[in-house]
Design a protein around this ligand. Sequence first.
Ligand SMILES: C[S@@+](CC[C@H](N)C(=O)[O-])C[C@H]1O[C@@H](n2cnc3c(N)ncnc32)[C@H](O)[C@@H]1O
Length: 258
Amino acid sequence: MTQDRPRAHDAVVDAQFGPQAAAYVQSAVHASGADLDQLEAIAAQARPARALDLGCGGGHVAYRLAPHAGAVVACDLSAEMLAAVRQTAAARGAANITTELAAAEQLPFDDASFDFVACRFSAHHWRDFDGGLRQARRVTRAGAPAVFIDVVAPGRPLLDSHLQAVELLRDTSHVRDYTIAEWTAAVGRAGFTVEAVRRLRLRMEFASWTERMRTPPVQVEAVRALQRQASDEVRGHFAIEPDGSFLLDVMVLEATAA
Ligand SMILES: C[S@@+](CC[C@H](N)C(=O)[O-])C[C@H]1O[C@@H](n2cnc3c(N)ncnc32)[C@H](O)[C@@H]1O
């Protein structure tokens, strides 16, 4: 496809995710996991009056927050994702979930209007990572918890380049999987204090990983070519399997608004 017109990054994100809203509601990788269990445990302890799920996608964070919060706002820049969240929340009887169409970098909420903020698997798509984190901090009351969950890049450039390359080929709205060092520095710059960082690994089943993003065949083949030509070190770290399935590094970063 040729590109002959201006196209903002957020429009690239919307075009990638909007049509796949139902797939993200159903995605097993997104609907469950030890990271979601950890997030829910933090929310159960905090019992926030008003919680924000930033970059909510299919709403899996919002559904975990809802039983422990007075109100949950699920926010995303994709209107189709938000429609899927409203439908799913209604089907589950989660009446305290509302939706808001907005980019993380331009949140339409008052300062300190949330006492819990969570953001899972979204920030690696943001055009302005620091700007989105500053907005997350602005809308969070001082002393309130924030939980950031995302795919992280291994510190070594050899592994980092492979990860970013296959991520971008699979999904052209990918910006960067940051390292844990980059995350902790950025969260600190935004005005949060890091309390804990936990790591886990998630297996991506190759066929569903690419189908979820409708990756064009030429790009699927390019990912497979990169995997086949990768060094033992790269293949070993990501535990690349014969069909292309592999392991991603994930972080659960627990912070407090300073
Ligand atoms: C992988 S999906 C969502 C995952 C979801 N949070 C979950 O836990 O299942 C990433 C979502 O981030 C949203 N997104 C990407 N960039 C965004 C931005 N700058 N502001 C708000 N949402 C954004 C996309 O529209 C998409 O719905």
